[in-house]
Structures are given as C-alpha cells and as structure tokens.
Design a binder for this molecule. Structure first.
Ligand SMILES: [Zn+2]
Length: 572
C-alpha cells in the first residue's frame, strides 16, 4: 500500500506518557496506518532524524470564533505545535445571533476580548443565525487546524432575551428557549455550554456581560439540558475577584457538578490580586473534594503568568495621560523623535505622577491595558528574552539611577518591538508548577484569538517544553507531551486524537527537543482592515501535520487546509 505521508527516522513520544522509541510513522487518508520500520513507498516523506514525533497539541481554551472566518492558519496557536483548538469559551460566541445584533456582538467581543470590531466586520461573512448554522459555516471554511466549539451563554441569552439579557432575570419562557437551543447545539456537535461569572468580563458600557446577569437557577436549567442528554461539558470563566466571592462561586459550582454529573471546567489561576485572595491551592482541594463527592471537574491551567502586554506599537501604561496622549497620536517615527527630546521626556515623566494608584481590584488583560493604574515597577518586566529571568523595570531603575518611565522609554527606543509584561495572575512560577502538577489540571488556556494586543498566551505549549522541561527539568518530555495531547483529548472526549497510534487521526508535530522555544512576540498589523495584534512564533518545530496533511514546515504555512470541525459525542 502506498502511503500519503511517511515520517522517517524520528523518535516517537506517543502522548501516553510512556517512554520514547525510534520508529517511522506512516499516514494514509488522514490516519496513522503504520508505525515501525516502514518499507512502503510514500507520496511524501518527512525526514525526522534527530527529531521528536508527537501527537499534535490540543488547546481547549481559545477564542478563535471570529478569527476562524479570516485566518485559515489558526495563528498564533498553529506556530506552537497546536493542531486542535476549542473555541466559544467563557460564554462568548458568535452564535446564536440575530442579524440585527451582529454589530453589538462584535462590540462586546471587542470590549471583553480585544478582538477589533473593524476586523470582525471586515473579515466575517456573517451568514448564520443559529448555532447549527454557525457550525455548518465553520465546517465550510478552509481551516489549517481542527476546531471544536461551545454554545456560549452570553450569545444565547442575547439571542433569547434581546436587550433584557443585560439587565433581567430570565422568565420561564426565556429558559425554555435557551434550554432548547443548548440541547439543539449539543445534539448537532457542540462540545458543551460555556458561561462566565468573571468580574473582568464587561460590555462596552462597562456593565456585566449577559451571562453574569443570569442567576444560578438559569445555570442549573441550562447545564441540566445537557444532563438530560448525558452529553456536553460545562465551561466557566470563574469569579476570582476575591476570597469570599471565589468561595461562593466554587460552592455553587460544586452543586452544579453534583446535580448534573456533567464535567465542569474552569481556569485555575493563582492570584495575589483581588480582595483577600485564597491560597493558590484552594481550588485544587475544591476539585479533589468535588470529585470525591461524585462530581467531575477539571482545572484549566496555563504554563506561566498571564500578563498584560505593553509596547510602543500597542498600549503603554501611560497612554491616557495628557502629555502622552499628544505624542501617542503621532506616527511611530515621530513618536520616537519626540521621545528622544529631553524636554518632552521631562514632561512625560512628570505626568506619570498623575496616574491612578493601584487598588485591590482584580484587573484582567483588558482593563490593565485600557484603564491602567500606576504600574508596580517591580512587577513590570521588559521581555529581553523568553527565559523569564529578566530584571524588572524597578530593578533597572535602581541600577541605572533613572526614573522607571525613562527606563521604559529607553528600552522602546532601543527596539520598537520590545514588549513589557505585567503579570496579572500566576505571578509566582512555583504556584504555576503546583497547578500544572495536579492530575486534574489541564495544560491549556491560551485564550488564542482574544486579547490580541493585550496578552500573549498562545505560546503556552512551547513555553512548557522549553522552560518547564528543558530549563527547569520539572517534567520529562514524555510527561509534558502527554499533558498537551492525551490528557486534553481525554478531557474533551476526542476519541481518536492525542496519541500516536494506528487508527488515530494523523495530527502530529515534529520538533527538536533541544531547540523548541517561543520567539519574542512583536506587534504586527495583519488583521482584516489592518488592525494590529501581538504575534509570537516559535523555533524548533520542523513540521505540523493536521489530518495527514503537512500544514506547517519550519513555521511556514504550506497552504494545506485539512482541519475539520470536531464534534461532541452525540454528533461525532
Ligand atoms: Zn476565555
């Protein structure tokens, strides 16, 4: 039998956590058909001598819902070995949506997720109304990656209730409409139902997003609709605004888990922000106890801090100040000329004293960049490299005996692509490690497709492999690959992905274990309509294969669009 694709001479790390072995991998019709010393001819051969052959990485927490309409590649996730993403998280989705509400939906996504409205209006051929119609649309789009999707609560509530969704408790009739839509979505292929209780999720008017207006009875009814089908995952953007608020949220989530039996998932984040934050392992104990009582729960962890990202080409913390506003409106070259002028610098530094002080409120990447407080300069780091050992702006200021603002200006002038990161949560690497080591947490949560100029989570996979495996040696490569593949495939119940096994889908990533690492991010203007976003690529990945087609070779897209929509269990 002639193969479509042969990956020769590689070292297989199969995703199970088991030890590596040398073998060729043969692919036919999108599936792995042979593993061993393969003699069959193949239409195409990839030489993996000295390289690792692993299952493609799976990221269960993205917001690619809009981007999938204009970016067949699925960047930036595609550059980090990802072959499958799940979108529609945290209740944000583009379906169901009535035609008259499209622009409002787009504006809400701009407000919460920093996806530019102009990119959405220019880049989306918005033909759907219901969830099944959106799913069919995504099926028809050319895709470099595989996509799973949730039906999102904020979208659903707006669809069922119109503007009342932003203010009122649902009536019994509203609940019927919503429960029916959840059932219809799960039957036709939704991975489940998502919502948000996160205080950082607000509309363009600063009011809570629709899902946050819902009472817990509404959550019970909608997750109950999935329970009747015995299918679907419940994903939630958690409330981590304070210790008591988080505990109340977790208590109520436990009831949902126990009453419905549906797997529930939410971001487990260690935070020192907010009002009297709970210890980082509080959520882990909650998860173990919930499972002991009979519930099913997963924690979504990421692999490092989640940061507000600043740069000259995007946001700086000082943009709203009067002297800064004037300069920031100028073209980049003129800004740089003005930033070199000592008189201008003096004014810019003096203006910083006017900034609002940092209170106890928890800011997400949105507010932290658009409504910034006076920075804690010991918690603001220039990214000089990707090893996460850079000195803070505070350190540099003391060392050079210069005002922190002057340090930032100097670093921006030295390299106008320089980014600065301000950890919002997961500030302490040891806490992140503790979260990742727990058997019920998943290495996921890139938020890819969202916060396009505010955060940069898409590199979580290459960061795990370069930082936690190679530099810190806290996981074996086999363990880390399993975390990115089989563990996530299991949690999202993807039956034939996440392992290198005959019969499995040929989603594969071929990489150099000594070289794999994220590159420094930069700000590019590559969204529809020319809007800007952060772009981060990686080194050390030779090939990424999706459903048997080589999608990327040395980081370059081949033009292959073999990605599919992955459906939940009732439609798969
Ligand atoms: Zn999210």
């Amino acid at each position: 039998m002639a193969l479509d694709l042969l990956i020769k001479n590689g070292t297989v790390i199969d995703g199970s956590g088991g030890p590596r072995y040398r073998a060729d991998v043969g692919v036919k019709d999108g599936r792995i058909v042979e593993i061993g010393r393969i003699r069959a001819p193949a239409e195409r051969t990839v030489d993996a001598e000295g390289l690792i052959v692993a299952p493609g990485f799976i990221d269960g927490h993205t917001h690619m819902d809009a981007q999938v309409a204009w970016d067949p590649l699925g960047s930036c996730s595609c550059w980090h070995g990802v072959t499958t993403v799940v979108m529609g998280n945290c209740g944000f989705a583009l379906a169901p949506c009535k035609p008259a509400d499209r622009e409002w939906f787009a504006r809400c996504l701009t407000a919460v997720e920093d996806i530019p409205t102009e990119a959405m209006l220019a880049g989306i051929d918005w033909t759907w109304e219901t969830f099944p119609e959106y799913l069919a649309k995504v099926e028809s789009l050319p895709k470099g990656l595989n996509y799973g999707m949730y039906i999102g609560h904020s979208a659903l509530r707006m669809y069922a209730m119109g503007k009342r969704a932003l203010e009122e408790t649902a009536t019994e009739d509203d609940l019927k409409v919503m429960a029916h839509a959840v059932e219809e979505a799960v039957r036709c292929g939704a991975m489940g139902f998502s919502t948000s209780r996160a205080t950082t999720h607000t509309t363009p008017d600063g009011t809570p997003v629709a899902s946050r207006i819902a009472d817990w009875h509404e959550i019970d009814v909608l997750v109950g609709a999935m329970a009747k089908l015995d299918a679907g995952i419940f994903q939630v953007g958690p409330d981590i605004s304070g210790g008591a608020a988080q505990r109340t949220f977790l208590d109520r989530m436990r009831r949902v888990a126990l009453e419905t039996g549906r797997p529930i998932m939410f971001g487990m984040l260690a935070t020192k922000q907010g009002v009297e934050p709970n210890p980082w392992d509080y959520q882990l104990r909650w998860m173990d106890e919930t499972v002991a009582l009979g519930g099913r729960a997963w924690g979504q962890a990421t692999t490092r801090s989640i940061n507000a990202v600043f740069s000259l080409k995007s946001y700086l913390p000082f943009d709203v100040l009067p002297a800064w506003k004037e300069i920031r409106a100028l073209p980049l070259a003129e800004q740089k000329a003005r930033l070199r002028d000592p008189e201008v610098r003096r004014r810019l530094i003096a203006d910083e004293a006017l900034m609002k002080p940092k209170g106890s409120e928890l800011q997400g990447g949105g507010a932290a960049t658009t409504d910034p407080r006076k920075p804690d300069y010991d918690n603001l780091f220039p990214m000089l490299d990707v090893d996460w050992d850079d000195p803070s702006v505070g350190d540099l200021s003391r060392r050079q005996n210069k005002h922190p603002v002057e340090i930032i200006i100097d670093l921006c002038l030295e390299n106008d692509n320089r980014v600065f990161v301000q950890p919002l949560v997961n500030e302490t690497p040891a806490d992140v490690l503790g979260l990742l080591q727990h058997p019920r947490t998943l290495a996921t949560f890139s938020d890819s497709g969202a916060h396009v100029c505010q955060e940069m989570g898409s590199s979580l996979q290459t960061h795990l492999l370069s930082y936690w495996v190679r530099k810190r040696q806290q996981f074996s490569l086999e363990q880390a690959v399993r975390m990115l593949t089989f563990d996530n495939a299991s949690a999202w119940e993807l039956p034939d992905r996440g392992l290198v096994r005959t019969g499995y889908a040929a989603d594969l990533v071929v990489f150099d274990e000594q070289r794999i690492r994220p590159r420094l991010p930069s700000v590019e203007q590559d969204l529809p309509g020319g809007a800007r976003r952060l772009v981060q690529k990686a080194d050390g990945i030779a090939a990424t294969i999706v459903n048997g087609a080589v999608a990327l070779e040395n980081g370059e897209w081949t033009g292959a669009v073999a990605g599919r929509v992955l459906k939940g269990s009732l439609a798969a």
